[in-house]
Design a protein around this ligand. Structure first.
Ligand code: GUN
Length: 291
């Protein structure tokens, strides 16, 4: 049975609105005599999913008038060579934003590379200084996926104040920073963070007014784990084999979409939910970093 369109939180549409606003700000910045914001993207290795995300980021940057360049380095690039590239980009005053696509190859320490990015150019908001500011509620760059989720809730008219948000997943990219954003003044959720060691997981997820799945396991959240009327946000993007598709796979989220949509009051699809918002908020950071 097709999913009730009224329940869909259309991230694609909402992200297009956000990009339109960014474009208008970029145009005004350039009309005032400034150069266009500039984003440098570092991609190491040939992970097809990462390459596809990076293409999407460049496409979206061009759409809003942000210039960007891609630095593709072979899988064999040493950590020291990657750090040298970052140092050069840090020094380059024509570069406003630096994004290193994760994951990096196993011989490279992701955190060491992140730590090398100048905090003022860290458009992912992964640097410890920016994570610290986020936690204290200080102004600064915002983590793209968590900020995208909060924006998605706000623009969809989902009430957050006093609501119980349950996050499944404790990653540095999503779970941890999202918990911080959701408890901030103005958002005002009560937050529970669950993870692989959580006991009685479904008992907790069933208490969620807002359930956020960010575990990276295809269709992990099933209908029995969701309370009637909950708002469900699916952060997962998983490739599962599918011989009926030309490309040999299809994308599914961390939520068993069709069954959960029957129970939820609102739900994000995959693709077309959180993903486009992540890109839009990263572009917003790039503009902020250029001003
Ligand atoms: N890999 C998966 N998600 C992200 C993201 O938001 N930023 C970067 N740089 N890498 C990622």
């Amino acid at each position: 049975m097709p999913v009730d369109a009224n329940k869909l939180i259309d991230g694609k549409q909402i992200a297009a609105d956000v990009r339109r606003e960014i474009k208008s700000d970029v145009d005004a910045h350039v009309a005032a005599g400034n150069r266009a914001p500039f984003l440098a993207v570092v991609l190491v290795g040939d992970n097809p999913a990462s390459a596809s995300y990076v293409r999407g980021k460049h496409r979206a940057a061009a759409e809003v008038g942000i210039d960007s360049e891609n630095l593709t380095l072979p899988d064999s690039t040493s950590e020291a060579e990657i750090l040298d590239v970052i140092k050069r980009l840090n020094r380059d005053e024509n570069v406003d934003g630096i994004l290193v696509q994760l994951p990096l190859p196993p011989h490279v320490d992701d955190q060491k590379v992140i730590n090398a990015i100048a905090p003022s150019k860290d458009v992912d908001c992964f640097h410890p200084e920016n994570v610290g500011k986020l936690m204290l509620g200080l102004p600064g760059l915002k983590p793209a996926t968590p900020a995208g989720i909060v924006e998605l809730l706000r623009r969809s008219g989902v009430e957050t104040s006093g609501k119980h948000a349950v996050i499944v997943g404790r990653s540095n990219i999503v779970g941890k920073p999202l918990a911080n954003l959701l408890i901030q003044k103005g958002v005002d959720c009560t937050v529970t963070v669950c993870h692989s060691r959580t006991r009685n997981l479904s008992e907790i997820t069933r208490q969620a007014d807002i359930l956020i799945a960010a575990i990276g396991r295809p269709e992990f959240i099933t209908a029995d784990m969701v309370k009637e009327g909950a708002v469900v946000i699916d952060v997962g993007i998983n490739r599962v084999e599918d011989d009926t598709r030309d490309r040999g796979y299809r994308l599914v989220g961390d939520v068993a979409f069709e069954a959960v949509a029957e129970i939820a009051s609102a739900i994000t699809p995959v693709p077309g939910g959180v993903g486009p918002m992540t890109i839009a908020l990263m572009l917003k950071n790039t503009l902020s970093a250029s001003i």
